[in-house]
Design a protein. Sequence first.
Length: 257
Amino acid sequence: MGDISCSDDIVNGNGVDGKIQSSLNGYRKSCWYEEEIEENLRWCFALNSILHTGASRFQDIALLDTKPFGKALIIDGKLQSAEVDEFIYHESLVHPALLHHSSPETVFIMGGGEGSTAREILRHKTVEKVVMCDIDEEVVDFCKAHLDVNREAFCDPRLDVIINDARTELEIGKECYDVIIGDLADPIEGGPCYKLYTKSFYEHSVKPKLNRGGIFCHAGRAGWNFQPHGSVLLHLQHFKAGVQICGGLFSSYPFLC
């Protein structure tokens, strides 16, 4: 989880709880955000300021102004995206899938509450309707208020924002989609996204809601950490037999598409 240190004061915890707020009282010259990515690997960013911290029913939320990457969104102590380079992740998540489809008109986003995935989808002229389904209304409202880059997307009449569990929404809804995109937080046990990383969900909730020729795209983890990819590759069998993985062709790859 994330830590914030201000000079010699280190704040531990989820990185976005009340302890961080108390650290503001002793705010000094140097303030840093530090997060453990995995065992033996951490990253650290110098901060200009802590813009906001809070908690919803489901998650802890923080917005930090980092010196190297601008505004950074932190949820449950995990960096979700940063202002300077978030476009790399969101363009990679959205455009390969939509360009591969002959004429994507309807798109369903699982999660994506910050609005960046919707922003990239709405760049496609063929798209007539985007449904963004996020379980946490407070995160959506928070991002609307603080992330200026996505305000235009939230105002686009083609975007329909639904506050609900993505699994429930797919199962009760009658509509099918040309593209379904998963832009979810990590599957932390007990967290709101944990049950959306299961074989049952992919097979019984996602696949039936794809139109003929439809495409399902899900965000993966960092390329150097192969353990989480195992479950993803295992579940590909529910969408297409004989999937060829790019890892079989190249010795190193940063993204799974």
